[in-house]
Every structure is written in structure tokens, then in C-alpha cells.
Design a protein around this ligand. Structure first.
Ligand SMILES: [Zn+2]
Length: 504
């Protein structure tokens, strides 16, 4: 952003209005308060990340007008004081980001002074947090410690657990460092333990947020409901990197033990040891590239493997009461899925039929039909998983779901709906509808990547030895059969009672 007015957050009319308010602000308290409100709106924009010079200047000018006006009439309304606090803290954050620490300190002090007593504890905690960091940067350690104590006292009244943990962890860490500097080891340890407890809770939340990756192989049918398949785009966003090395060489780079992906294996120490100590936490070593952290953080980290070829999700092949998800998606019987998977030559109609019915036809009658239609663009040939994946790619899940819902409505309305064979048909259609709705929502039964949990997390789940070996075999797999065998084995291990129970 530049200082050009047209890039400001307000339109030209609004700028004119703000200028009119500025001109009247000294004589007219109402105009000044309206100006403060307008500037507070500017200041609420994400200045820290995209400081807009014009808005910053405007906010600074508004504070100057407050000083001039307060000399004549010091009392401001609560709303005006809140605006002053918002403007001053935004300006403080801009200065902090620009390393103008003296100016930042002034602005933060001013914001604290103006902050009305009925402001939220989060607002106050943020200010104290930023001011304390600013004072540390100015090496005013005693005053910084005092502000950290106030921050710690304020956070107790914050309702939101994530925010509370953030402030508690930040303040406890700094208060521990201050106690350490005074050689008060007992106090230091108590603060460090408090910070670690916050970190443990944060890790627990991360692990919960990793559900899509953690349950990738562990999902199972629940009665007649198909297992939920996590959208790859969602879980892979949380992956810390590509695991590509089966681990035969001496280096751990890119292996299931890679510290760049899964985090440091030693508390508060990078891999090469150049950075060590609690005070280095969060720093990334420029020699080895490893972040200094608690080793416990490995629990919440995972990576992923890129399969050498697209494969069918092992969960899609898991038998349900009306067939596997794959069979239901393509409207095939399980037997037919098996036949195609065994690489029987098959004929596949182009997916013109939205129900997907007879999309794959490995029997001789339909092969004859194919031969008769050779050269006809309505026919394609495919074999094995490749054919199934291709059919999945061409499946119009929305169209198929519509067909299914029409058929269901007709069947349910019919007087024979209670007959066992009709009942069975309805149940199967309902299961198919549930699978199609997952596909419509972006889930895929064909996969390119699989998640790799950290060995610490696998240890916790009691799965480390078998799963690590299978991950390594999967990385080394070069044929579709090898890939498939390892995927199936991984799914079996993860679904075993013990493992699945812990993951629930
Ligand atoms: Zn290092």
C-alpha cells in the first residue's frame, strides 16, 4: 500500500466527511467524537499486516486533536475513550512492527489509559501483552515483568479457552525467564510448568483438529451409515511435509523420523544443537532448519506420502450392509467390483447414465456388446482399478443422487414398499444416497496421498511398529498391486480394535 488516498480504506466521500470533522473538531466536541469513531473504524482494519499510510496519518492527527481539545475540556464519553484506545493500540502495533519501540510504548500506554473499565478482558490482555513485548524490546525488564503480571491477572477473566491459554502461555514463559534471571528457580519452574500445561492443551486441540488425517485409515461403517471420508484438500492443508524417503539411508531427511516434518525429537534443541534452551523456543535454526520446540509437539504433527499412482481409498472397499462404498457409488455388486479389480477385461459405457448403472461390465455378453460397438464413442475399455477410478472420476454424483431420490420416492410411495425385497432395495438406495452425498460434498474414493502420523502419536496409539514398516513399504511401492496391498494392510492395522478405540 502507498500513501495514495485512493488506496485508503475509505471512499472519497467519506474522506471529505472526515476532513470536515477534522476542521470542526477543536470547536465542536461532537465533531471530534464522530471523527474518533471514524478513525477507530479505520484502525480496526488489519493495519498490522497492511499498514495504510493515509489511515495511519489520519489516526495520528485525530490523537493530536484529542490532546489539544482535552486541554480545554478533559472529559470524554465512554464511546470516545474506547475509540481513542482502539486508535492508539493500532498505532502502537504499527510502530511495534516497524521496530519504533519508544513510539509504540507511548501509544500502548495511551491506549491503556483511555481504555474504559467496561472493556473486554481480551482487549486489555492484548494491550498488556503488546506493551510488555515492547518494553522487553526496550530492555525495560522490570516494567515489562510488571505488565506481564497484569496480563496474567487479566487473562483469568477471559472466557475463551484458546485465548486464555495463549495469554497464559506467553505471560508465564516471560515471567519464568524473569524469575530465572533473578535465580529464583522455584518460581521459574512453576511458571514453566504452567506454560507447558497450556501447550499440552494446545497440542490436544491440534490433535483433535487432525481428525481427518488421524482417522484416514480407521473409519468404519456405523450400522447402515457409510464411513465418513475426509476431503483430501482439508486434511492435507495441515500436513507438515512430504514423506518420500523409505528410510534405508543414514539421513532421516524426508523419512518417517524427519525432524523438519515431525518436529524436534529433543525438548528445546534443534537437530544440530546450534540452538538450545527454552528461551530459543519457536526459533528455526538456520543451519539445520529445525524449529526449537518441545518434543511433545510431535504428537500433533503429521506428514503425507504421495502415491506413485492414484489408488482406491481402502475405506471405499470396506464391506457395508449393502456393499462397499465403491460398489454403491458405481451401483455395482461387490462381486463385480472384485471381478474388475482382478483385472478382468471390462467394457465401460461412457457415464451417460447418471445412475452409473452397468458402468462396468466385465461379463462376456457385454464384451460382445462392446465388440459390436467398437469405434462407437459411447464405449470405452478399461481394466482393473484404473477402470474403477476412471468411472469414479466420470461419475456425476449430483445427477446420480437426483435419480436415486426420484426412485426412492417412487418406491416408498408404492403399496409394495413393505415387502422384504422392496425394503432391501430401498435400504440399498438409501445407503447409495449417503455415499453420493459425500461425493457431492467433495469427498473422493480415489486418492493420491495418504497421511503419515508421527511415530510419537503412533506409539501412543499402540501402532508404531507395524504402521511405520507399512508406511516405508508404501513409499517404496512402485506397482499398483504393491500400493494396494500396503493400503489394505494399513487400514487393517488402524481398524484393529485397540487402535480404533484410542483414535475415537
Ligand atoms: Zn540446528
Amino acid at each position: 500500500m502507498t500513501g495514495d488516498r485512493t488506496t485508503s480504506n475509505v471512499g472519497v466521500d467519506e474522506i471529505d466527511a472526515v476532513e470536515a470533522l477534522e476542521a470542526r473538531a477543536l470547536e465542536d466536541r461532537a465533531a471530534l467524537e464522530a471523527l474518533l469513531e471514524a478513525c477507530a473504524t479505520l484502525a480496526r482494519e488489519p493495519h498490522l499486516f497492511a499498514p495504510d499510510e493515509a489511515s495511519i496519518d489520519r489516526c495520528e492527527r485525530a490523537l493530536e486533536l484529542v490532546d489539544l481539545s482535552a486541554a480545554a475540556e478533559p472529559e470524554f464519553t465512554t464511546a470516545a475513550r474506547r475509540s481513542i484506545a482502539i486508535i492508539a493500540s493500532a498505532l502502537g502495533r504499527v510502530s511495534l512492527a516497524n521496530a519504533a519501540f519508544a513510539h509504540a510504548e507511548q501509544r500502548f500506554e495511551r491506549a491503556l489509559e483511555a481504555l474504559p473499565t467496561q472493556s473486554t478482558p481480551t482487549e486489555r490482555a492484548w494491550l498488556l501483552h503488546d506493551l510488555a513485548r515492547c518494553l522487553e524490546a526496550r530492555e525495560a525488564m522490570t516494567r515489562a515483568e510488571q505488565r506481564w503480571r497484569e496480563c496474567a491477572a487479566t487473562l483469568r477473566t477471559i472466557d475463551d479457552a484458546i485465548e486464555r491459554d495463549y495469554f497464559e502461555s506467553a505471560s508465564a514463559e516471560r515471567l519464568a525467564a524473569a524469575a530465572r534471571a533473578r535465580s529464583d528457580d522455584t518460581a521459574a519452574r512453576a511458571f514453566e510448568d504452567a506454560a507447558d500445561r497450556c501447550d499440552d492443551r494446545a497440542i490436544e486441540r491440534e490433535v483433535a483438529a487432525n481428525a481427518g488425517a488421524e482417522r484416514f485409515f480407521a473409519e468404519r461403517w456405523s450400522g447402515s451409515s457409510p464411513p465418513p471420508i475426509a476431503r483430501e484438500a482439508d486434511w492435507i492443508r495441515r500436513s507438515q511435509g512430504l514423506v518420500r524417503n523409505p528410510g534405508a539411508s543414514e539421513s532421516t531427511v524426508g523419512t518417517v523420523d524427519c525432524e523438519a516434518i515431525f518436529g524436534t525429537s529433543q525438548d528445546d534443541r534443534c537437530a544440530c544443537g546450534a540452538l538450545a534452551g527454552r528461551s530459543q523456543r519457536g526459533a528455526i535454526c538456520d543451519r539445520c532448519g529445525i524449529e526449537v520446540q518441545r518434543a511433545a509437539r510431535r504428537r500433533s504433527r503429521f506428514g503425507h506420502i504421495a502415491l506413485s499412482e492414484r489408488a482406491i481409498h481402502p475405506t471405499a472397499l470396506l464391506g457395508g450392509p449393502h456393499g462397499s462404498m465403491l460398489a454403491l457409488a458405481l451401483d455395482l455388486t461387490d462381486d463385480r467390483v472384485v471381478a474388475v479389480r482382478e483385472r478382468v477385461r471390462c467394457v465401460r459405457y461412457l457415464a451417460i447414465d447418471p445412475r452409473g448403472a452397468d458402468t462396468l461390465a466385465p461379463d462376456s455378453e457385454e464384451l460382445a456388446a462392446f465388440d459390436a460397438g467398437r469405434g462407437d464413442p459411447a464405449f470405452l475399455v478399461g481394466t482393473g482399478d484404473e477402470a474403477l477410478i476412471d468411472a469414479l472420476d466420470r461419475l456425476n454424483a449430483d445427477g446420480a443422487a437426483q435419480e436415486v431420490s426420484l426412485e426412492l420416492r417412487a418406491l416408498r410411495g408404492h403399496k409394495s414398499a413393505d415387502r422384504p425385497e422392496q425394503r432391501l432395495r430401498i435400504d440399498r438406495l438409501e445407503a447409495r444416497a449417503a455415499v453420493l452425498s459425500q461425493l457431492s460434498a467433495g469427498a473422493s474414493l480415489a486418492i493420491d496421498h495418504v497421511p503419515v502420523l508421527s511415530s510419537v502419536r503412533l506409539e501412543e496409539l499402540g501402532l508404531r511398529a507395524p504402521v511405520v514398516a507399512l508406511y516405508e513399504a508404501l513409499i517404496a511401492a512402485r506397482t499398483p498391486t504393491d500400493t494396494d496391498t500396503n493400503l489394505a494392510a494399513l487400514a487393517e492395522v488402524f481398524r484393529r480394535d485397540a487402535g480404533a478405540a484410542t483414535i475415537e
